[in-house]
Write a protein that binds this ligand. Structure first.
Ligand code: NAD
Length: 367
């Protein structure tokens, strides 16, 4: 047990359940808001309209053009919709792309509270992290003002999320919790949430993928993702998130599946330095070994088996390794060019993860 620690909490209302949206009006009243603009991705237009029906005359309009990676042009168009409809708050309906658009709006527009109705397991609704893409370059940051003030989890809104997105999205959430357990700034409370979120996600995701309409499984997966979002807000991320950022940003690999594929290998890389965190991950997974347990979970979720299957080319592995070691960041195990290249090679081929303990000695920068 750590003898000294600190952690943050935020003032956010969180409501779970099929009737969650019945509290929407009173939550808006509590926030002193009377007109909400709903933002969503095009695929979620019907769900956005269902949310609108709960608003009655509190509805200002629906903007259903949210897109991946929050392009600045989309933010500008949503901002115009906000002004045109005279909305004084924003309700995001969807995954990280919809939530991200709401956050970008609240970053630019003064006093614009965000209320979130998440429909994936990304967890963005529980964080103060924003992202924006301009001319192909993604900027991210943290700002308290972008964190949603209320979050409504309606499990049946997630039943349309196909297994091919549900599984990777859940593994993206799980990755937040695995990295939190060995984060430099983790605390006992965040660790508790992290372990419980891994347990809930590992228990529910195979059921979600096998039976997408199973509302109990969907509820437990949302609960796990909610905890993982809180964890992401409270602990800094390390090697795994850096690798996924590089692979997504530079090589355009898909966000969720990349997290899923890389996680067992990043975990195996760090394992020798963080045995207690690994014990907790393994315990939550119900597995003997953390990295192998994550690999087995990916297989059970029918996630593409390798970076090659996600479209990475073998010729890109060297450039990916170079980019992953370009900037210093906290990681429990020293980052070496040889170690990262080896990790990427395993992930590229989808090999069963092995301990990389034999590379521990090579801590000199060999890039
Ligand atoms: P997403 O929001 O892009 O959704 C993926 C696809 O699924 C989209 O086409 C969407 O329209 C569709 N979809 C969403 N919910 C659906 C449903 N219930 N039924 C049918 N289709 C549905 O993807 P995501 O994985 O939720 O989020 C990924 C993005 O979120 C990335 O850009 C990532 O960087 C960001 N993110 C941000 C944070 C943060 O704290 N800021 C945390 C995690 C992820």
């Amino acid at each position: 047990m750590q003898s000294a620690f600190h952690y943050r909490t935020r003032d956010a209302r969180v409501v779970f359940g099929e009737d969650a949206l019945e509290t929407l009006g009173s939550v808006m009243d509590d926030l002193g808001r009377s007109r909400a603009l709903i933002v969503a991705t095009p695929e979620l237009a019907a769900t956005a309209n269902r949310v609108a029906t709960h608003l009655g005359d509190r509805q200002a309009g629906v903007f259903d053009e949210a897109r991946q990676h929050v392009p600045v042009g989309t933010v500008q168009a949503a901002r115009e919709a906000l002004q045109r409809t005279e909305a004084d708050c924003c309700i995001t309906v969807g995954g990280g792309s919809s939530t991200g658009l709401g956050k970008a709006l609240s970053l630019e527009v003064d006093d614009l509270p965000i209320l979130a109705v998440p429909t994936t397991y990304a967890g963005s609704e529980m964080t103060s992290i924003w992202g924006l893409t301009d001319a192909g370059a993604k900027r991210t940051g943290r700002a308290a003002r972008v964190a949603p003030r209320a979050v409504f989890y309606v499990p049946s809104f997630t039943t349309g999320l196909p297994p091919s997105i549900s599984g990777p999205s859940g593994m993206n959430a799980l990755a937040h919790s695995v990295e939190a357990l060995y984060a430099v700034d983790c605390d006992p409370v965040t660790s508790l949430f992290a372990e419980e979120s891994i347990r809930a996600l590992a228990a529910s995701l195979p059921r979600v993928v096998a039976e997408p309409e199973d509302l109990d499984a969907r509820t437990e997966a949302l609960y796990g993702a909610h905890l993982a979002g809180r964890v992401l807000d409270g602990a800094s991320m390390a090697l795994h998130h850096k690798l996924c950022h590089v692979l997504g940003g530079t090589f355009n690999l898909p966000h969720g599946p990349t997290h899923a594929v890389v996680l067992p290998y990043a975990t195996a890389y760090n394992a020798p330095e963080v045995p207690e965190a690994m014990r907790r991950v393994a315990r939550a997974l119900g597995a003997e070994d953390a990295a192998k347990g994550l690999y087995a979970l990916n297989r059970a979720l029918d996630i593409p088996p390798s970076l090659e299957a996600l479209g990475l080319k073998a010729r890109d592995l060297d450039a990916a390794a170079d980019a992953a070691i370009a900037n210093q960041y906290p990681n429990p195990r020293p980052i070496t060019r040889a170690g990262i290249r080896h990790l990427l090679d395993d992930a590229y081929h989808g090999r069963r993860p092995q301990s990389h303990a034999h590379l521990t000695a090579s801590t000199t920068p060999d890039a």
